[in-house]
Design a binder for this molecule. Structure first.
Ligand SMILES: N[C@@H](CCC(=O)N[C@@H](CS)C(=O)NCC(=O)O)C(=O)O
Length: 148
C-alpha cells in the first residue's frame, strides 16, 4: 500500500494533491512541525536519510525527493495519466515545466522564504543577491503566460 508521509506546510502537499488528482488509493500519515523550530519532527527525519519532506513508502520501498516521488507514482499508478509520451508535440514543454517547478521556481521561492524569515536589513547583500536572482524569474509572467 502506498503511504504518503505528509508533513504539513511542506512540499509533500504536492504529493497528496497528485494522489487525489489520480484518484488512487493511498494512506495519509500526518506529521506536525515542531511549534518552536518549525522543523519536521524527529520521527519524520528518521524516515529517510535526507530527513526532509516529502517521503513515501510503498511496501519495502522508502522514497524521498519530490520529483522522484512524482515520477514513481505517475509511472506505477498513473495508467498513462498526467504524463506525455516522447511523440507528443508538447513533450519537450512538458519536461520543461515539470523540471522548472523544482529546479527553478521552488528553489528560488524557498531561498527567499528563508531569507525573509531572518528579517535581514533590506540592503543585506545576501538578500539583495537572492532577490536579484529569483524575482525577475518569478515576476516575468512566465507562469501566468503558460497558464493563460
Ligand atoms: N529537493 C527536496 C527538498 C525537500 C525539502 O527541503 N523539504 C523541506 C520542506 S519543503 C523539509 O522537509 N525541510 C526539513 C524540515 O522542515 O525540517 C524535494 O523536492 O523533495
Amino acid at each position: 500500500m502506498l503511504t504518503v508521509h505528509h508533513l504539513g506546510k511542506s512540499q509533500s502537499e504536492r504529493i497528496v494533491w497528485l494522489c487525489e488528482e489520480l484518484g488512487i488509493p493511498y494512506e495519509l500519515k500526518r506529521y506536525t512541525r515542531d511549534p518552536v523550530t518549525i522543523l519536521a519532527p524527529a520521527e519524520y527525519k528518521a524516515l529517510h536519510p535526507i530527513g526532509a519532506a516529502p517521503v513515501i513508502t510503498d511496501g519495502d520501498l522508502v522514497l524521498a525527493e519530490s520529483g522522484a516521488i512524482i515520477d514513481y507514482i505517475i509511472a506505477k499508478y498513473g495508467n498513462g495519466r498526467l504524463v506525455l509520451r516522447p511523440d507528443d508535440p508538447d513533450f519537450a514543454q512538458f519536461l520543461y515545466w515539470f523540471h522548472f517547478a523544482n529546479g527553478t521556481l521552488q528553489a528560488g521561492m524557498g531561498r527567499l522564504m528563508i531569507l525573509n524569515r531572518l528579517k535581514l536589513a533590506d540592503d543585506n547583500p545576501m538578500l539583495v543577491a537572492t532577490r536579484g536572482a529569483c524575482r525577475p524569474r518569478l515576476r516575468s509572467g512566465q507562469c501566468e503566460g503558460r497558464l493563460g
